[in-house]
Design a protein around this ligand. Structure first.
Ligand SMILES: Cc1cc2nc3c(=O)[nH]c(=O)nc-3n(C[C@H](O)[C@H](O)[C@H](O)COP(=O)(O)O)c2cc1C
Ligand code: SF4
Ligand code: SF4
Length: 455
């Protein structure tokens, strides 16, 4: 049976699933309930200076049948009194000594950082997370992302915290920056013990087109908020990969952004995360999702023969290269499984209008099943992505696997194309229809059924 325990820079937890600092970690009541349900750790809703919140606070992107694929908030840090939070941290730690309780912090001056570090350490927190990410409200006051976007300031504040820190310090990064490795390196230089990413992405999720005001609406007005939820996962994973691959960022990482199930967690761990943090999914479905997450992760690890999280942490990183190091000789083409095809022709439309005119239709109008014209297929994947039938369009390899050459190697050898007519140019002999073929209604006449080629 797989061992799910983790140790992130000295912070131990019975599994890698932590609640992110947000409304689900607003109180001891919620965190005890979450630990009881199976969560391994929790980052307390950010503690700091007194604030005033507005209503409403949230907006969402609903996509077709799915609600909240993206979520946006204009909420600030906790508005509960510091002393209440400290008392509850103590109570949670007493009841759950083996679980990770991390205090998220955001204050301004060196003295305030020193004082709050002392307060949460005395309350028994296992670690702290410095919130340099909040993209609204707090940055206007010189905190949150205003710090996260300035690596020098970030480094200074981390070093202030480290002057007094007796527990591990995690630095939470904002994604609202071009190169995430710059603040990550600053966190390392400041003495941070770990980083976590991502906080929310600056956003406007929509506009009320009758009243001309974006969401969420506060008395007829709005402001930009922070975006999170499933929609941000690809951005979070790319930033995680950038940090995990950087030789200078040699401290543990807690991954955040769109994690909703055990598969998401596995992906984050494969890209270098030691723990994963979850906010939106819990706000949507509640603490109970942890049952499936723990069981799924455990089963995955057993099936793969991984005994601990460390056995597979970062395992995907060696497979993420720069574009110029990819094999230019690798050649795949689409293949349609006629038995599975339901004749919806979505693939035909996508390839015809949005790709390379490599899918043909039968002359027989009663036969709706399309066919691939291999010579035109560049192996872009589009048709297999739009096909609604699982496994109906597969990509098949056509090169013999013996050749391997990259753009970087070709550049070094001096055999890259210099002009568009150069024989070395990639698209030189690729067929495209004549412009007038656009007016042929059903399909260009030179598509011929069955021979996989062009008449
Ligand atoms: C309503 C709301 C409030 C949040 N408050 C905080 C906060 O106080 N401190 C903090 O560091 N992050 C805060 N976050 C950001 C989350 O901790 C997390 O970084 C982000 O939501 C991405 O994770 P997710 O996609 O699982 O939601 C908040 C997010 C939401 C949605
Ligand atoms: S892989 Fe791309 S080019 Fe080939 S058939 Fe599909 S959509 Fe067309
Ligand atoms: S999208 Fe898939 S199911 Fe639809 S016609 Fe193409 S291959 Fe068949």
């Amino acid at each position: 049976m797989a061992n799910l325990n983790i140790n992130l820079a000295g912070i131990k937890s019975p599994n890698p699933f932590w609640l992110a600092s947000a409304p689900p970690t607003n109180s001891g009541y919620q965190i005890m309930k979450a630990f009881d349900a199976g969560w391994g750790g929790a980052v307390w809703k950010t503690l700091g200076v007194p604030v005033v919140n507005v209503s409403s606070r949230y907006g969402a992107v609903n996509y077709r049948d799915n609600r909240m694929i993206g979520f946006n908030n204009i909420e600030l840090i906790t508005d509960r009194p510091l002393k209440d939070n400290l008392k509850e941290i103590e109570e949670v730690k007493k009841r759950f000594p083996e679980h990770a309780v991390i205090a998220s912090l955001m204050v301004e001056t060196r003295e305030e950082w020193h004082q709050i570090m002392q307060d949460v350490t005395n309350a028994g927190a296992d670690g702290v997370e410095l919130n340099f990410g909040c993209p609204h409200g707090m940055c206007e006051r010189g905190m949150g992302s205003a710090v996260g976007q300035e690596p020098k300031v970030l480094k200074t504040i981390v070093s202030w915290v480290k002057e007094v820190a007796k527990i591990p310090v995690i630095v939470k990064l904002t994604p609202n920056i071009t190169d995430i490795t710059r603040p990550a390196l600053a966190a390392v230089e400041g003495g941070g013990d770990a980083i976590s990413l991502i906080n929310t992405i600056q956003s406007l999720v929509g506009v009320d087109i009758d009243n001309f005001v974006p969401y969420p609406v506060v008395d007829g007005k709005s402001t930009n908020g922070g975006y999170c939820g499933p929609a941000v996962k690809p951005i979070a994973m790319n930033m995680l990969k950038n940090c995990a691959q950087h030789p200078g960022v040699n401290i543990p990482i807690s991954g955040i952004g769109g994690v909703e199930n055990w598969r998401d967690a596995v992906e984050f761990i494969l890209l270098g995360a030691t723990s994963v943090q979850v906010c939106t999914a819990v706000m949507h479905y509640g603490f109970g999702i942890i049952r499936e997450m723990k069981a799924g992760l455990s089963q995955y690890m057993d099936e793969k023969g991984f005994k601990s999280i460390e056995d597979f942490r970062g395992k995907a990183l060696p497979n993420v290269l720069h574009w110029e190091d990819l094999n230019l000789k690798y050649k795949i083409v689409a293949s349609i499984n006629e038995d599975k095809c339901i004749g919806c022709q979505l693939c035909y439309t996508a390839c015809e209008d949005g790709a390379h005119q490599a899918i043909g239709l039968s002359d027989d109008l009663l036969n709706r099943k399309p066919f691939i014209i291999e010579k035109n297929c560049v192996g872009c994947n589009l048709c297999s992505l739009v096909c609604p039938v699982e496994g109906c369009i597969t990509m098949e390899r056509r090169d013999d696997g013996k050749q391997h050459v990259t753009w970087a190697e070709r550049t070094k050898a001096g055999n890259i194309p210099k002009t568009f007519n150069d024989e070395l140019a990639g698209g030189l002999h690729h067929w495209v229809p004549e412009p007038d073929d656009a007016f042929n209604t059903r399909k260009p006449k030179h598509y011929k059924l069955g021979d996989g080629g062009i008449a």
